[in-house]
Design a protein around this ligand. Sequence first.
Ligand SMILES: [Zn+2]
Length: 549
Amino acid sequence: MSAGPITIFRARRILTMNPARPEGTHVAVREGRILGVGPLEELVGWGTHTLDDTFADKVLMPGLVEGHSHASEGTFWRYTYVGRFDRMDPEGKVWSGAGSIEDVVARLQQAEHTLQAPDEPLSGWGLDPIYYGDRRVVRADLDKVSTSRAVGVMHASGHIFNVNSRALERAGLLRPGVNHPGVPLGTDGLPTGELKGPEAMSLVGALIGFDRERLANDEPGLRRFARLCVRQGVTTATDLANLLPPEAVSMMRRVTGEARFPVRIVPFRRFQAMTARQALDHALALRGESTDRLRLGAIKLFVDGSIQGFSARLRWPGYYNGAPNGLWYTPPESIRELYALALQHGVLVHSHTNGDQATEMALDCLEQAMLGQPARDHRFTLQHCQLADAAQFRRMHRLGMCVNLFPNHHFYWGDQHYETTVGPERAMRMNACATALASGVPMAIHSDAPVTPLGPLFTAWCAVNRLTASGRVLGTAERISVADALRTITLGAAFTLRLDGEIGSIECGKRADFAVLEDDPLEIAPEHLKDVRIWGTVQDGRSFPAAEP
Ligand SMILES: [Zn+2]
């Protein structure tokens, strides 16, 4: 039997995440997999090899795993960015943040001038009115951009659209008597132009350029997303809520199968507008379509909305500013049924819960579903789960659940959570990483890109420092160590995807997936963890420099 050629990479330091051999200086790779880590003398025993010195002055970590992102981060850059903070696109260009609602409108006006066809819609993304005081954006704001073409902006959370009058009119919604929990009305009895939650959003999505089917099947977007992954050291990334129509699956299979595609993509089928049985059947059929770089067959469901959009479901005492409670996205009987079927067939389900009432509902549903099923290694994961308290983490542990927390929120919305949405105590408890680990709940942390920028080392910095944009530390007791944070963005996330046997650490038998760093994350001061410079990645033994044209 003939084996492929062996490459031995030399590095300044290799952080393996393998407790039996935490560090090394050399790693031997054959056929995209790791033969071993150690000193050169040990590895030469594998036989004839090439010694590769490209990384001699760099630090290798396991390829970073983003357990909650969306490939639409690559798609959205074709729309107008109107977010609050400066943000880098997949090609490395930094776009500046918008400082006010007027600024947002001005940017859209500027983009509007570049459109050719008179009825082409104008789409923006990244809006969050909460940064600009207590007033919401209304259709009159966007009417300043255009009254003749549909204008629509997706909120940073992805859970709300703001549209202009023309878009409402085209959707047949610019009339009195609209009665929908996701369509707030103004004092004139007409919709304000805000559309909350997937059902209300679907009424206008296609009219304002956010067509879900098209978003699912955007080849240039997938390629740009992959570039961003390389730039951030990511070798495996989820696309956590795709409708996965057949043409999207065949596009993803073709693109990810290309010899130079640099990322393993793990799409989850969004549970929406179908029965639990249909979702399960679709997941099982997709499982058979999996390839090495496209892992299909899991399901994502949404229990509620977003905290800063006031569409998350909170337990008593509710929102700090008195806002009414949020929205249920999926009825409990559907959740229970889906959990039961998925447990029975070994299908992985990740559930979005933001508010603690939504988390409680998901825990109740799983507990009930498990009554009819033997205990098993299901790895059902609560995604975001931002407001969970200690008792809920104990329940997760008892039920065998994992959690994927969202520490980026502390930086991007921590000040708003402290002052407006949930108040000081719950703002400090949010994304309780230390409590999750102490409770023995397997944990990942994430960016939810495009909600916040993709970048696991930035996310790790957030979990370690818990600083808000204004510099406030939110919840000193919930900070975690750098070592724990690095584990969560590698093995931790891999575990929630049932991929920890293949990726997440650098050890014999695993995939040769590395994040190649210029700086040592264990040596740099914890407050500078986000500044670690990234050379690029190695994925399945293939090198991808971030600077590659
Ligand atoms: Zn998400």
